[in-house]
Ligand binder design. Structure first.
Ligand SMILES: Cc1ncc(COP(=O)(O)O)c(C=O)c1O
Length: 417
């Protein structure tokens, strides 16, 4: 281990990790493209693009150059009362890119905070119109929206890591996605009973990521739009995982022809280089905050919101999307993942194999030894991080064909063993 590791490791507290029993993290020297270069000389092919962020691979020269230029000019300046070109340019570009009239961009610094802002925005949308009783949300089983208190409260209450904090969390209505007649009826009943206290509906469109890489079809999403319109509720689409081509269209909502009232972006927004998130609202939502009354202003303001370095990285990432064929690449990756993971279908203990865009999933009956499985992937030369009963691949969108083949081959080999 390098000296910096030995000196610092005892002082680090890792995410979702039992610090007493966890094996030491792998010291990383550098990254490049889809590769992680470890300090001991080993090289891992990254199958998950650093929690789905590095959509153009690591160290893309266009992003590096843009961030370097911005670093010379101004790494940061507060966003209250001061404006800068990277943020205003990015807001205008996002407004042009997003469906419908999602034209008003509130920047923050992580996905969970973007969710918190959306929940407050939707609640205050009603308060500003004189309705104080609409403080509940309709959300979905299998959903995951982050680890802050509000975000946990609209995530699946039983699955995953949020059960522990049940006593802390505000109670919302968490139901099945309306996938078929039975779930659609239950969804409508909940709406009927509670629509008077609801501010909005929050969903991860087409793919529920951290809740289990669960897919639903465009029709389910369209049902939510129709129901929200009928009840006058705001539809919030959390595209923090699905946004920026991951599911095969630039945003998952595009595939359903659905435009939400509020959309959330983060992760691949900066090409996975710097922390940045956006809560983007329509003109209808924004209009309810326009008034002579200062109390009608949106009551939120992260210190590092619209950080110029992060905005410069995001603008560069959008330049890359415009210049490089990401959507055709995702289509090609989808085909390769489907073919490469197909042999897993025949393996004992495999429940399902599914692919959507650049997301390939092998769902197992269960994983008995998660730590052991993770280390076997490292031994196979790949960075793959199973969770729950899920092994998945979400590589960089510009990954080489032979690298996808290596990843799927490693998944098949490790699971077979
Ligand atoms: C759909 C979705 N929403 C919100 C979040 C939270 O984002 P962050 O980890 O940046 O707070 C995540 C993170 O995985 C996510 O997948």
């Amino acid at each position: 281990m390098p000296a910096w590791f030995d000196e610092g490791w005892a002082h680090i507290w890792l995410p979702y990790t039992q610090m007493r029993t966890t094996p030491p993290s792998l010291p990383v020297a550098r990254t490049e493209g889809s590769r992680i270069f470890l300090d001991d000389g080993r090289v891992l092919l990254d199958g998950i693009a650093s929690w789905w962020t590095a959509c153009h691979g690591y160290n893309h020269p266009v992003i590096r150059a843009a961030v370097s230029r911005q670093l010379e000019l101004m790494p940061h300046v507060m966003f209250g009362g001061l404006a800068h070109e990277p943020a205003l340019k990015l807001a205008a570009r996002l407004a042009a890119l997003l469906p419908g009239d999602l034209d008003h961009v509130f920047f923050s610094d992580s996905g969970s905070v973007a969710v918190e802002v959306a929940l407050k925005m939707a609640t205050q949308y009603w308060i500003n119109q004189g309705e104080h009783g609409r403080t509940k949300f309709l959300a979905f089983k299998g959903g995951y929206h982050g680890d802050t208190t509000g975000a946990m409260s609209v995530s699946d209450p039983d699955e995953g890591m949020h059960k522990l904090f049940a006593g802390l969390l505000p109670q919302h209505h968490i139901v099945d996605l309306p996938r078929d007649e039975i779930t659609a009826r239950a969804f409508e009943q909940t709406l009927e009973r509670h629509s008077g206290e609801l501010a909005g509906i929050i969903v991860e469109p087409l793919v529920q990521g951290a809740g289990g890489m669960l897919f639903h079809d465009a029709e389910a999403l369209r049902r939510l739009r129709v129901a929200a319109d009928r009840c006058g509720l705001l539809l919030i689409c959390d595209e923090i995982f699905t946004g920026f081509a991951r599911t095969g269209t630039m945003f998952a909502c595009n595939a359903a022809g659905v435009a939400p009232d509020i959309m959330l972006l983060s992760k691949a927004l900066t090409g996975g280089t710097l922390p940045l998130a956006a809560t983007v609202a329509t003109g209808k939502v924004f209009a309810t905050f326009q008034s002579e009354d200062p109390a009608h202003a949106l009551m939120h303001g992260p210190t590092f919101m619209a950080n110029p370095l992060a905005c410069a990285a995001a603008n560069a990432s959008l330049d890359i999307f415009a210049a490089e064929p990401r959507l055709p690449q995702v289509k090609a990756i989808a085909g390769m993942l489907a073919e490469g993971l197909a042999p897993c279908r025949r393996m004992a203990g495999v429940k399902d194999v599914r692919v959507r865009g650049a997301i390939g999933v092998v769902e197992l009956e269960r994983i008995n030894d998660l730590v052991g499985l993770k280390s076997r992937f490292v031994e196979a030369g790949v960075w793959v991080r199973p969770f729950g009963n899920i092994v998945y691949l979400t590589p960089a969108l510009d990954i080489a064909a032979e690298d996808v083949e290596f990843l799927t081959g490693a998944v098949c080999r490790v699971l077979n063993a």
